[in-house]
Design a protein around this ligand. Structure first.
Ligand code: NAD
Length: 700
């Protein structure tokens, strides 16, 4: 056979073993010998049954996604499954680790599935903007019913072996020797005798399907999909599985798959899949990392509390330090309340809540931080306060402890310089709410030691964060780009748009909400306070705050809110205020369309991203995409601002930026040289990544 597929005979049962590390993906060099083995075994009298198993740590965990978008070499997975279904002798998939995507579809081609108790089974294609294209949408409903299949396919989340058994996806769950048990199961089936019905012919589960309920489930999904095509295509495919004959449903699934795989959305989602993995790679990461067993957090406010929860959720004990017992009590009470909400929603058990709460230690004494391996500062955004805190940390932290700041905008080099150990200092910029948001910007300061960076990158993974290493500048990658376009939102209002027009253009583009809805949710007073501290102004927002419009919490902001409701209601007073301010400033108002709104808010984002690349603040354009998708809700189906620029057409973006630059004179519209070059070459250059390359230990 080949090195990827081997066949053995266990007392008359043929055992096919796939061995394609690391995850036994269904690459061409697996598919071909697998097809040949099945062809040979189908009519081989020496084999009374066939078991398909995998070597290594998992069953087939999916298709080889590097082959997506390229011409497929025969045999395709579908041909293998079709072949499997022509085999009269019992076929058994022996599943351990994960059976995902094409892996589960392969298993669905077998008569039976014997599953290790620790295994997980799922169809995650939707997360790449696809649907299961190897018959998964047509076969899974025949095993577990349409409603459950739709839920599994649209969530993309795998289920456990136990759940698989309960719904009828697994025929047996074993917690001893999987292969031996699968062979035993096969023998038993031979003994019991056929005929064995392939999944394609098991229509009994479909008979009672409530199509109306299925359509309601699909309509619900459509609402949640927010412009993504894949979840809707999944729903359509599952519906076809009920209403069309098997082969017609299979053909329809293929058609839907082809449409998705060649579309921009799936391209964008696959780009992000690789971008997230790439972002985590830090050159030279074979460096020895430091041990992190206990984390200290300074400040138990919005961010400190959330960050503390993120670590406790990852199983790490946390010491939380505040300025007073009162502030500490408040912070800890908020944490407890958040966990209680999770328990009441059913996403956390009472036991887990108690376990997590047990990981917190509160203190008002810096001396209690002496046993912390990492200390993260999350106090007020004020350089003097931060420096004072770092001075005190320098005095008490043990040698080798890592000191991090969660600052949003301040200079991490300056903060590091206020200690005697700048090599141990870096930025860890979490996003709010920090226990929920996946993104972590790791800010490398000039003197941050390589192994400190590597340690924090590892730690990020331990607590389930997606880390992107960035350089020092005001606002780093995310907030710097956000600031670049921030003033434009108000300018649009003054020139003629309404808050709901601007927000509508954003949500139509695929953002979860627009900037004014976002402002009302977060509280307008926060930005107001920050502006006052920095001597900045925002004509309309300041006037709103002066009138007590702080957003949802006061029932009025950019919109009005009924008590207890989050639904935005246009506020004629706000619109009158906008008109009055425009008149005061001598700005003639005019009709502003959605296209202009997008041009003036998205193009500066791309432009600032190009500048960030040029300056080496980010190492790759795809890192910027990860920051925006995982930290700011940039629509995943658009792939992040830098990817989207390529789809939207960089030449057009440059031309429109020039137009707006000429009209407004604002520097945010002046096209960056890197953007001009992108428009010419079609590829983003790699940022000046020198500061991200961690030298090998001998050089460090
Ligand atoms: P916050 O006002 O909610 O919390 C700050 C906390 O720090 C307060 O509880 C205060 O009592 C405490 N504190 C102040 N001085 C202290 C000191 N010397 N020692 C110990 N505790 C002290 O503020 P926040 O929103 O949590 O922001 C904290 C930091 O995180 C800021 O630097 C901010 O820029 C940054 N940040 C905020 C967000 C956000 O969305 N809120 C996001 C990312 C980063």
């Amino acid at each position: 056979m080949s090195s990827s597929v081997s066949v053995a005979n266990e007392n008359g049962v043929a055992v096919i073993t796939v061995d394609n590390p690391p995850v036994n993906a269904l690459s061409f060099h697996v598919r071909k010998p697998l097809y040949e083995a099945l062809t040979a075994l189908r009519d081989d009298p020496a084999a009374s049954a066939i078991v398909i198993a995998c070597a290594g740590r998992t069953f087939v965990a999916g298709a080889d996604i590097t082959e997506f978008g390229k011409p497929v070499e025969q045999p395709e997975l579908r041909a293998i499954i079709t072949l499997l279904e022509t085999i009269a002798k019992p076929t058994v998939a022996a599943i351990h680790g994960t059976a995902l995507g094409g892996g589960l579809e392969l298993a669905l081609g077998c008569h039976f599935r014997v599953v290790d108790a620790g295994a997980k089974l799922g169809l995650p294609e939707v997360k790449l903007g696809l649907l299961p294209g190897g018959g998964g949408t047509v076969r899974l409903p025949r095993l577990i019913g349409a409603a459950k299949a739709l839920g599994m396919i649209v969530s993309g989340s795998p289920i456990s072996a136990g759940e698989a058994k309960a719904v009828g996806l697994a025929d047996a769950v074993v917690d001893t020797d999987l292969l031996a048990e699968a062979v035993r199961f096969a023998h038993e089936m031979v003994y019991r005798g056929g005929p064995f019905l392939p999944v394609r012919d098991r229509d009994d589960r479909l008979a009672g399907t409530d199509l109306g309920a299925l359509d309601r489930q699909a309509a619900d999904l459509a609402k949640k999909a927010r412009g993504l095509d894949a979840p809707l295509a999944c729903a359509e495919a599952v519906r076809n599985a009920i209403t069309l004959p098997f082969d017609a449903a299979l053909a329809a699934e293929r058609e839907l798959f082809q449409k998705l795989v060649s579309g921009d959305q799936s391209r964008a989602q696959r780009h992000l899949f690789f971008a997230e993995r790439e972002a985590a790679k830090i050159p030279g990461k074979d460096l020895q990392t430091r041990r992190i067993e206990r984390v200290g957090i300074i400040g138990a406010g919005t961010m400190g509390g959330g960050i503390a929860m993120a670590f406790a959720n990852g199983g790490l004990p946390v010491t939380l330090l505040e300025t007073s017992e009162e502030a500490l009590r408040r912070g800890l009470a908020t944490i407890e309340k958040n966990y209680t909400v999770s328990v009441s929603r059913g996403s956390l058990s009472e036991e887990a809540k108690q376990q997590r709460l047990g990981l917190f230690k509160g203190s008002t004494d810096y001396a209690d931080l002496v046993d912390c391996d990492l200390i993260i500062e999350a106090v007020f955004e004020d350089m003097a306060v931060k420096k004072e805190v770092f001075g005190r940390l320098d005095a008490v932290a043990r040698p080798g402890a890592i000191l991090a700041t969660n600052t949003s905008y301040l200079d991490v080099n300056e903060i590091a310089a206020s200690t005697s150990r700048p090599q141990d200092v870096l930025g860890m910029h979490f996003f709010s709410p920090a226990n929920v948001m996946k993104l972590l910007e790791i800010v490398r300061a000039e003197k941050t030691a390589p192994e400190v960076l590597a340690t924090v990158a590892d730690l990020a993974r331990r607590i389930g964060k997606i880390a992107v290493v960035v350089g020092v500048c005001q606002g780093f990658v995310g907030n710097r780009m956000l600031s670049a376009r921030g003033a434009e939102n108000e300018a649009l209002l003054l020139e003629g748009a309404t808050p709901s027009q601007v927000d509508g253009a954003f949500t139509d583009f695929g953002w979860p909400m627009g900037p004014f809805q976002m402002g009302d949710l977060a509280g307008l007073d926060i930005g107001w306070r920050n502006r006052k501290a920095r001597g900045q102004k925002a004509v309309i927002a300041d006037a709103l705050c002066e009138e007590g419009h702080f957003g949802q919490k006061t029932g009025r902001g950019w919109y009005r809110y009924e008590t207890g409701s989050r639904e935005t209601i246009a506020d004629p007073d706000v619109e009158a205020l906008i008109r009055a301010k425009a008149a005061e400033l001598g700005i003639a108002r005019r009709e502003i369309g959605a296209e202009e709104i997008l041009e003036r808010t998205l193009y500066p984002l791309v432009n600032e991203g190009a500048k960030i690349l040029e300056e080496g603040i980010a190492a790759r354009a795809s890192d910027i995409d990860v920051v925006w998708v995982d930290g700011y809700g940039f629509p995943i189906g658009k792939g992040g601002p830098m990817f989207w620029a390529g789809v939207a057409g960089a030449a057009k973006i440059v031309e429109r930026l020039e137009h707006w630059h000429e009209r407004t004179g604002r520097p945010i519209f002046e096209p960056a040289p890197a953007l001009r070059r992108f428009a010419e070459t079609g590829a983003w250059e790699v940022g000046d990544a020198r500061q991200f390359v961690i030298p090998a230990r001998s050089e460090a």
